[in-house]
Design a protein around this ligand. Structure first.
Ligand SMILES: Nc1ncnc2c1ncn2[C@@H]1O[C@H](COP(=O)(O)OP(=O)(O)O)[C@@H](O)[C@H]1O
Ligand SMILES: [Mg+2]
Length: 273
C-alpha cells in the first residue's frame, strides 16, 4: 500500500493555476524526490502533504486516510509527519537542546532524563554531538540545518518532508546533508519526500524522482531512468540546458503577459523589441 497518494490535485491562487491535476504515489520507507524549476509549485505541493494547504479539488490520502476530509487524518499527520523547512527556522533565543526538544518541552510526555537521552542520540545521528548548550547564532548554516533535522526527528515521525534541504549551501555541506537524509531514512526507517531543484542532490538521495512542470508531474522514474530519459523536458532540466522546450516561447510569453498587464492597467504600451 502507498503511504502517500495524491490524486488529481488542483490548486490555484487567484488566476494562478499552480497545480493542474497532480498525481503522486509514495511507498513506505521510500525516498521520493520532486524536482522542478523555481516557482513550479513544489513547496505548494509539499504543503498539501503536511496538512497545511487544502487542494481546490482532488484527494490527498495519507496512511489510507483522506486528509482534509477525515479528522483522524489531520491528527495522524500532526503526530507522524515532520517538515524540514528551507531555512532551518530555529528559535534563536533557545539552545540547541531546547530547539530539538521543543515538541516535548511544549507538550510534555517525557521526563528530563528521557529527553536528554533522546536529544543526545539525535545530535549524534546528525553528527553534532555535545552541542546541546550552543545557540543557533553560534552555528554555521549547515549545522543549523542539521539541528533542524534533529528537531524534525524528535517527534518520531513516519514521514519527513524536506523543502530544498541543500539550497544555499556550498557543495561540500550539501553532500553532508544528502548523506544525512540517506542515513536518517535507513536508520529511522522513515518515508521521505524531498523537493529540490538540485539534480545532484536528487540523484544522490532519491529512490524515485519525479518532475513537476507546468502544474503536472511530467515524468517519474528511478535516478537511472531520469538520467537516460529522452523526454525533452526532463532532458533539458536535468542537464541544465538553456535551450529546449522549457524555455521555448518563454520570451514571447513574458512579453505578451507584460503587454496584457499594461493594457489592463490602462497605461500606454511602449513598443518593445
Ligand atoms: N500562499 C500563496 N498565495 C499566493 N500565491 C502563492 C502562495 N504560495 C505559493 N504561491 C504561488 O504559487 C507558485 C508556486 O510557488 P512555490 O510552490 O513556492 O514554488 P517552488 O516550486 O519554487 O517551491 C508561485 O507562483 C507562487 O507565487
Ligand atoms: Mg519552494
Amino acid at each position: 500500500m502507498n503511504l502517500i497518494e495524491i490524486r488529481n490535485v488542483h490548486k490555484s491562487f487567484a488566476d494562478n493555476h499552480v497545480l493542474r491535476g497532480v498525481n503522486l504515489a509514495v511507498e513506505p520507507q521510500e525516498t521520493h524526490v520532486i524536482v522542478g524549476r523555481s516557482g513550479e509549485g513544489k513547496s505548494v505541493l509539499l504543503k498539501h502533504l503536511a496538512g497545511l494547504l487544502p487542494p481546490d479539488s482532488g484527494d490527498v490520502i495519507i496512511d489510507g486516510k483522506h486528509l482534509y476530509k477525515d479528522p483522524a487524518a489531520i491528527k495522524w499527520v500532526r503526530n507522524n509527519v515532520s517538515m524540514v523547512f528551507q531555512m532551518a527556522a530555529l528559535f534563536d533565543s533557545l539552545t540547541v537542546f531546547e530547539n530539538v526538544a521543543f515538541h516535548y518541552l511544549e507538550n510534555g510526555g517525557k521526563t528530563r532524563a528521557e529527553l536528554e537521552k533522546k536529544v543526545a542520540r539525535l545530535l549524534e545521528l546528525v553528527d553534532l554531538p555535545n552541542t546541546q548548550h550552543l545557540y543557533p547564532a553560534e552555528l554555521s548554516g549547515g549545522m543549523r540545518k542539521r539541528v533542524g533535522l534533529a528537531r524534525a526527528l524528535a517527534a518520531d515521525p513516519q514521514i519527513i518532508l524536506y523543502d530544498e534541504p541543500t539550497t544555499g549551501l556550498d557543495p561540500v555541506t550539501s553532500e553532508v546533508i544528502n548523506e544525512l537524509i540517506i542515513r536518517v531514512s535507513e536508520r529511522e526507517r522513515v518515508t521521505s519526500v524531498v523537493i529540490t531543484h538540485d539534480m545532484k542532490s536528487a540523484y544522490g538521495v532519491g529512490d524515485r524522482i519525479c518532475m513537476l512542470y507546468d502544474g503536472n508531474i511530467v515524468f517519474s522514474g528511478t535516478p537511472d531512468e531520469v538520467r537516460t530519459s529522452t523526454n525533452p523536458i526532463v532532458h533539458q532540466f536535468v542537464n541544465g540546458l538553456a535551450v529546449g522546450p522549457i524555455t521555448t516561447g518563454e520570451d514571447e510569453e513574458v512579453k505578451s503577459k507584460a503587454i496584457e498587464r499594461e493594457a489592463m492597467s490602462g497605461s500606454t504600451i511602449i513598443s518593445r523589441q
